[in-house]
Ligand binder design. Structure first.
Ligand code: ZN
Length: 324
C-alpha cells in the first residue's frame, strides 16, 4: 500500500468526499450505553447462529473496552464468537496498542494500563500524575537537555501483525448499524473466524498510522467507516479509521466486492489535527506492514518534550513507585 503524501490536506479530504459515503461513525468513551440492536430474531452477525443455537449472555463491546469504549455495545455477537475474537485477535491488538494506551492514558476496563519492561526493572505507573521509574543503567529513557526531550523506549510484548489487522477489521464490522451494509463483508467475516491464522485475504495488509503529538488529542475512541460510492468501483470498497489517545489508524476493510478491483493503494484520510492546525506539532503519518503471521518483537519509542527538568535526591521518591 502506498500513501500519497504529495496530496494536500484539501485534496485528500476531497478524495473522500467525492468517492466515499460514511456508513458508521461515532466517538465513544464513558456515558450511557449505545446498543447496536438485532433484528426481531436475534442472530450473531459472525456465526449466524440464533438464540436457540448459541448464548448471548455476555456484553460484547463493539470496540474493545481497552481502547476506551465503555458505551458502544453490539448485541449481535454471541458468547462463543466473543471468546474466539478475544483469544485469537484482540490479544494481539492489546499487546500492539499497549504503549499507545499507556502514553495516551486510555481508560480500559481496569483503568489506565500500567507498563512494566520484560525484566520488570522499568515501570510506568498511573497515579495522580504518571510516574516513569527506571534505574539509569536500564536506558529506559534518554534525556536530551538541549532539545528538552525525553525519549522512552517501550518494549512491545510479541504480537502477530496480521492478528492486529484482523482485530481492527472485526471492530470495523462491529460498528455497522445498517445490516444491509453487512452483505458485502460475508467472506471477510469467514476470514475473521478462520482458525488458520496464516490465511490472508489482503496482501500487503497495511495500516496507515498517524501519531498526533500533544496531550490526549482524541478523547475517547473515534471511529469512521467509509464505503465507496457506487460510481467509484476502482477504489477500495471500505476504509476504516480508528483514533484514540495520540494515535489514528487507517486500513482497508476487505470485501468480496474488491475481488477484481482491489488496489492496496490507500489515501490517508486527513485527521482533524491536520485540518485545523494543531499547536503541539505536526501529526506524523507512516505505513505499518501488518501482513506478518509470525510473532513480532519490537520496541516503540515515544518522545516527550518538557519545559524543565530537575534532579531530586533518591530518598525523596515515594517507595510505592518501586513496588508492584
Ligand atoms: Zn457467533
Amino acid at each position: 500500500m502506498m500513501t500519497n503524501t504529495t496530496m494536500s490536506v484539501e485534496e485528500r479530504l476531497d478524495y473522500f468526499v467525492n468517492n466515499y459515503d460514511l456508513i458508521a461513525a461515532g466517538v465513544y468513551s464513558k456515558g450511557p450505553e449505545k446498543i447496536i440492536k438485532t433484528d426481531a430474531i436475534k442472530k450473531c452477525r459472525f456465526c449466524k447462529k440464533n438464540e436457540s443455537e448459541t448464548n448471548f449472555t455476555n456484553t460484547a463491546h463493539a470496540i474493545p473496552e481497552c481502547l476506551g469504549n465503555h458505551q458502544l455495545v453490539l448485541s449481535e455477537e454471541c458468547d462463543s464468537c466473543n471468546k474466539f475474537f478475544s483469544e485469537n485477535l484482540e490479544v494481539h491488538l492489546d499487546k500492539y496498542t499497549r504503549p499507545f494506551r499507556v502514553m495516551g492514558q486510555i481508560h480500559g476496563k481496569r483503568g489506565v494500563p500500567n507498563y512494566q519492561s520484560n525484566n520488570q526493572k522499568s515501570k510506568v505507573k498511573h497515579g495522580e500524575i504518571p510516574a516513569f521509574v527506571s534505574p539509569a543503567t536500564e536506558k529506559f529513557f534518554t534525556i536530551d537537555k538541549e532539545n528538552k526531550t525525553a525519549t522512552v523506549n517501550f518494549h512491545r510484548e510479541p504480537y502477530i501483525p496480521l492478528g492486529v489487522y484482523k482485530a481492527l477489521v472485526k471492530i470495523a464490522l462491529s460498528t455497522i448499524e445498517n445490516k444491509e451494509e453487512l452483505s458485502a463483508f460475508s467472506e471477510t467475516i469467514g476470514w475473521l473466524m478462520c482458525a488458520d491464522q496464516t490465511k490472508s485475504v489482503i496482501k500487503p495488509a497495511v495500516v496507515i498510522e498517524t501519531f498526533i503529538p500533544g496531550p490526549r488529542p482524541t478523547c475517547g475512541v473515534a471511529v469512521s467507516l467509509f464505503r465507496r460510492k457506487p460510481s467509484c468501483a476502482s477504489k477500495p470498497y471500505a476504509i476504516f479509521m480508528i483514533a484514540f489517545g495520540n494515535i489514528a489508524m487507517q486500513l482497508i476493510v476487505p470485501s468480496i466486492l474488491d475481488r477484481t478491483t482491489l488496489t492496496t493503494r490507500c489515501i490517508a484520510f486527513p485527521t482533524p489535527f491536520e485540518l485545523c492546525g494543531w499547536p503541539f506539532g505536526q501529526p506524523r503519518t507512516y505505513n505499518k506492514d501488518m501482513s506478518g503471521t509470525e510473532k513480532r518483537k519490537e520496541d516503540y519509542l515515544i518522545e516527550y518534550s518538557f519545559d524543565d527538568i530537575e534532579a531530586i535526591p533518591p530518598d525523596s521518591i515515594d517507595p510505592e513507585l518501586y513496588s508492584k
